[in-house]
Design a protein around this ligand. Sequence first.
Ligand code: GDP
Length: 300
Amino acid sequence: MITFLSGGTGTPKLLRGMQELLDERDIAVIVNTAEDTWLSGNHLSPDLDTVMYLFAGILDTGRWWGIRDDTYITHDLLARLGVEEYIAVGDQDRAIHVARGEMLRGGMRLTEATAMLCRSLAVRATVLPMTDSPVTTYVRTDQGEIHFQEYWVKHRGDLAIDGVTRRFPEPPVATGEVIRAIEASDAVVIGPSNPVTSISPILECAGVREALRHQNVIAVSPFIGDAPVSGPAAALMRAFGKEPSSAGTCGLYEDFVDVFIQDVRDPVGIEGALRLDTLMVNRGKSLDLAKNILTLIYRC
Ligand code: GDP
């Protein structure tokens, strides 16, 4: 089994390749939940949804979120009724959020709710939220702290930020399922997800770093030079006090990473790093990178 740490874009692109090469029952994915939020009474978990939808074969891989060919009848009617949602939630996507909200209100752990949704969607991979308790990423702007989703989705990242904080009612602890998945794996792969908003929240869950130190860990950089392949990772790295580059990313993982993979185009030099083509612009490129990583793990 291989365990992946994932956000909602970079690592899912790698998983798209992995799912063609591995039996999906041999894949476990530990997913960031620090972007979760309640919207119109329902529970959004953007990264869990993307990973579940990918394995269910229904993900909109143009955007890397939401369900392919979804409709927006409820969202549009809500807007006419004066309920402005800052994310356009599709009707089928909303059904998942409604169901998960109900399960959580009924006292289920997020891990159990996710497993139940996965069963209903015929997902065979093991999809695990990093923790069962709420934790939320906020960014500091000159108008105060705002939810990361609000910064990125509502303001499209067009606000100066100078800090990143995590808020929680109690310090997040990795679930038993997360720790067991890491321990039972042949290797752990950290895909090229955002180091600040996707991977660090997982690493901050008590027990994760310690477990990773005893594992073979391969990490892929989301940066080429001083820019991420997509998204707001550069501004977030600066606000997090880290250099926006592969070097800054590698530094965040240095106490446990065994192999760090940089793109062949990356001008930043990191001693000992492995160079591969990491730009997964299509299914074939995802497959190639997945093959190279599996060769590394199984030396075959
Ligand atoms: P989010 O939850 O939507 O922010 O998604 P992730 O955290 O999983 O992934 C975002 C990161 O993926 C960004 O920092 C991008 O630079 C990176 N990324 C997206 N596509 C690629 C790709 O094809 N190759 C590499 N190396 N990084 C990518």
